[in-house]
Design a protein around this ligand. Structure first.
Ligand code: PAF
Length: 280
């Protein structure tokens, strides 16, 4: 596995891989877990070569403490990627990605500023900007993102569509712990008590799903989530939204087709998000 820290190194690694066929890309911020490895597997199943990136992107963090305390586990990450057969890893410095005088941003002006974007202003602009840079640097044929980050996936799909970027985007199903908590690099930052409280997210989503399947309205389902989260003193509901999974338009009344339920809650200093797509 090639370890590349500069743009020229990764570009030359990609040029060496292209003659073997298509290249799949998995972008990460490190602290890898089974959720990331599911993305690598999806990429490896479809492409002869897989490239991964590890870059803790400062422009998507609103809170400097969040950036500072973001888990960094480079050696363990590299071992996991090597074992999974990844051909090359790009681990740039911040200066490599955001050179002096960097001033260009990429923003989905509507999608970035609704739902979770209201709770985390600037976050999706940072994601769209860095992902666009990584796509331009690596020029892979396809990239794989987790469905857990439901709005992020929608933002990336919209960015690629609007900018006519020559890359396919694939969503991969959320990988969960045994108690249903969605795998996330943030989970390690939860206190044991907050971690024990975190299954309230999936329980609330399941309750809302059941109501929608019984023909209840989106409003009733959202109220049920709020009531469920309120039973857990360690969780503070930040946002719950029931949306059309393609347009992201909020759904009101009785849904007539599939919906996405988007949920975020604060546990101590850690914001957890989860989602469920409900086929109706
Ligand atoms: O999902 C993530 O890990 C990050 O938001 C991403 C897509 C790698 C951009 O920094």
């Amino acid at each position: 596995m090639k370890i590349c820290r500069t743009i020229s190194e990764i570009r030359s690694a990609v040029s060496d891989l292209k003659p073997r066929g298509t290249v799949g890309l998995v972008t990460t911020m490190g602290a890898l877990h089974a959720g990331h490895m599911a993305l690598v597997k999806a990429a490896a199943d479809a492409h002869p070569s897989v490239i991964a990136t590890i870059f803790v992107n400062p422009s998507q963090f609103g809170n400097p403490k969040d950036l500072e305390t973001y888990p960094r586990t480079e050696q363990a990450d590299l071992a996991m990627l090597e074992k999974a057969g990844v051909a090359a890893v790009f681990l740039p410095t911040v200066a490599e990605i955001y050179p002096d005088g960097d001033e260009t941003i990429v923003e989905t002006t509507n999608l970035a500023n609704i739902f979770h974007g209201v709770v985390r202003p600037g976050h999706f602009r940072g994601v769209a900007t860095v992902v666009t840079k990584l796509f331009n640097i690596i020029r892979a044929d396809a990239a794989y993102f987790g469905e857990k980050d439901y709005q992020q996936l929608a933002v990336i799909r919209r960015t690629v569509r609007d900018l006519h970027a020559p890359i396919e985007i694939h969503g991969v199903a959320t990988v969960r712990e045994a108690d249903g908590v969605a795998m996330s690099s943030r989970n390690v930052r939860l206190t044991p008590a907050d971690r024990a409280a975190a299954p309230i997210l999936i329980a609330s989503l399941a309750a809302a799903e059941a109501l929608l399947q019984m023909g209840e309205t989106a409003e009733t389902a959202a109220e049920a989530i709020a009531a469920n989260i309120a039973t857990e003193p360690l969780a503070t509901l930040m946002a719950v939204d029931i949306v059309d999974p393609t347009t992201f338009a909020p759904v009101a009344g009785k849904p007539t087709g599939p919906v996405g339920i988007m949920l975020s809650a604060q546990f101590g200093e850690v914001l957890l998000i989860d989602q469920k797509e409900v086929a109706l």
